[in-house]
Design a protein around this ligand. Structure first.
Ligand code: ADP
Length: 334
């Protein structure tokens, strides 16, 4: 039986994988002008940054949402750099107690950026501390217990909160409403992914032919992190099996070995399509039935595999379940 990669092993997985932090950091553009694409964000953002700098004020709180690997952390770092500010990075799940956040907030200096990744994963008590911090630049701390308990208001320096989330719908509306800017990061166009590949191959001193960059960009699931990972794996292949140069032939051979097809689908994606088409006669099939049939968890199917297949128009959601489209059926049949 064919073995399928786990989500951690997937070459086309958009989330950060183990040991990738350093390379992700190295490839991160430092300035807004180096950040490729997302013009609908870059233009208003650059004006807001300029205006805030002229007024010598921190920029208003920013919320960014979109799939993993599209550049939310990168943009947060760029905003802090452009503002000439320090950035403090944390994540929703890392904040266990109210005191964790209170300590971070009270240590911020004027104008600092606080970046909270996965901001939808904070508990309510912590979220409430954030409300007053964002709005009034103060935190309310309860001291004492029982009838003797009282609230102490402590001021914090004026800062900018940048929140990132992949699930905007899980954010409470009081929290969402406190952000001055809300930006949605879109999937990238293929030429944008190609520019990212060309920029990064220069940074990593990889000899990447233009046509090969174009070929890889079509298979990178419109996601910079996937593009960067493919580039590194193809470089390894070209180095060991060829002369180190990534031309169309080396790229094609490497992608075949990695089992990434011309739309960027891997074995698991193709299996999903095959199961809907074969076992369920094209659908509709309910999410949990489909998950059981491919031996995956519903959550993983819904949030990791399905979005890209929907994006490509290979499957569709109907009130009675998932259906394969003509395009999906054609792709899997050839
Ligand atoms: P997210 O926080 O949305 O998961 P990151 O900001 O960590 O994504 O980006 C993942 C990788 O993709 C980083 O290494 C970064 O260099 C690269 N990247 C993301 N967006 C862009 C972009 N617009 N231009 C160039 N590189 C990008």
């Amino acid at each position: 039986m064919e073995e399928f990669p786990t989500t951690e092993e997937r070459i086309v997985e958009p989330r950060l994988q183990q040991d990738e932090e350093q390379i992700d950091y190295t490839l991160r553009p430092q300035r807004l002008c180096d950040f490729v694409g997302q013009m609908h964000i870059k233009e208003p953002l650059s004006i807001s940054i300029e205006a805030a700098k002229q007024r010598k004020e921190p920029i208003e709180h920013v919320l960014m949402y979109g799939n993993p690997g599209l550049g939310k952390t990168t943009l947060a770092t760029i905003i802090s750099k452009e503002m000439g500010a320090n950035i403090r990075v944390t994540a929703g799940p890392a904040l266990h107690r109210v005191g964790d956040l209170a300590a971070i907030l009270s240590n911020l200096s004027h104008g600092d950026v606080l970046f909270i990744d996965e901001i939808h994963r904070m508990n309510t008590a912590i979220e409430e501390i954030l409300y007053t911090a964002m709005e009034d630049f103060a935190i309310d701390i309860i001291v004492g217990k029982g009838p003797a308990a009282r609230t102490l208001r402590m001021p914090v320096e004026k800062f900018t909160l940048i929140g990132a989330t992949t699930k905007l719908n899980l954010l409470s509306s009081p929290l969402r409403d406190r952000f001055g800017h809300v930006y949605h990061l879109n999937f990238y166009d293929t030429p944008d992914i190609q520019s990212i590949l060309e920029r990064n191959s220069a940074l990593l001193e990889i000899d990447l032919h233009q046509q090969a960059a174009s070929l890889i960009s079509e298979r990178a699931r419109r996601t910079p992190r996937v593009a960067n990972r493919l580039l590194r794996r193809i470089r390894d292949y070209a180095q060991v099996k060829g002369n180190g140069i990534i031309d169309v032939s080396a790229a094609t051979q490497a992608l075949t070995m990695l089992r990434v097809d011309q739309y960027g689908l891997d074995t698991v994606d193709r299996r999903i399509l095959q199961v809907i088409l074969g076992t369920f006669k094209g659908g509709p099939v309910g999410l949990s039935t489909l998950a059981a049939a491919i031996a995956e968890e519903v959550e993983t199917l819904e949030h990791i595999y399905e979005p890209f297949l929907l994006q490509l128009g290979m499957i569709e959601r109907t009130p009675r379940g998932r259906k394969i489209t003509d395009f999906g059926a054609h792709h899997i049949s050839v």
